[in-house]
Design a protein around this ligand. Sequence first.
Ligand SMILES: Cc1cc2nc3c(=O)[nH]c(=O)nc-3n(C[C@H](O)[C@H](O)[C@H](O)COP(=O)(O)O)c2cc1C
Length: 304
Amino acid sequence: MKPNLAVKIGRLKLKNPVMAASGTFGSEYAGLADIDKLGAIVMKTITLKARTGNPPPRIAETASGMLNSIGLENKGLDDFIKNKAPLLKGVKTAVIASIAGDDEGEYAELAERLDRVGRVDGIEINLSCPNVRHGDREYLIAQDEKAVYAIVNSVRKSTGKTIIAKLAPNVTDIAGIAKAAESALTDAVLLTNTFFGMAVDIDTLKPVLGNISGGLSGPAIKPLVLHMVWKTYKRAKIPIIGCGGIMDYKDALEFIICGAAAVQVGTANFVNPNTAVEIIGGIKNYMVKNRTKDVNKLTGSLNA
Ligand SMILES: Cc1cc2nc3c(=O)[nH]c(=O)nc-3n(C[C@H](O)[C@H](O)[C@H](O)COP(=O)(O)O)c2cc1C
């Protein structure tokens, strides 16, 4: 039996449901992993203009995960179009660009210009940007339903390509935020980005990260995100992409069974750049063993 692993996210047909997550996998991995086997690769988030990112140190190890505070360092949209997109020409998998901005206008401009870049098959909207104000308090876009709606809506109007709204986990009602993105006509929601976290050097009393706080990823967050996927699956009508601490095919299957149509692998790439490729093989073997013909049948199959 040859199981079907192909999935559809909006208009995008992926040969399998396993993608490499933004910021954790680049074309420099070409010799270390068989990129062509992946369902898709998501590029590091780009902004309109170049950003220098946060002060070092930007990475810290934790008990079962890692903290990062890269701070969206990137060379900007022009550089992406001129220098990065051409490198992806021969890659035989879907390429998804990831965008972030300060307001609707910036997100819309990024989407509009990427819409004309042939090698970009889809656009992921990174909503973990801190620029929503309520009085003297600042929130991430992803923490505010109205802001999520406005940004996703502006991107939707600027591109016909498949769009994915990447949500942040530090919210009370993740399904409510997903519904806001859905009503702004995103093709899919991605759960989730990293959790806020920090670490302290007890000898110097200083924060370990130069930016004081950062984002926690890796195995520590898997049960938390899994629960969010399940909660969201029960309310959302669009595909959910699960991402958080996926280290092997069993983790990936847990996400799919809880309602994810596809998954992304992030931190695991730093341990073994071939993890995502190995996960595809593991899912295939599981399907053969269990006589599952179509991976889409597994989505949301939780026996609860
Ligand atoms: C070093 C590092 C850099 C990241 N950069 C980005 C980024 O540029 N854009 C983004 O949307 N997410 C970024 N992420 C978040 C990951 O894409 C992913 O959502 C998160 O790490 C959770 O998945 P994981 O536990 O499998 O790593 C980054 C994560 C790490 C560890």
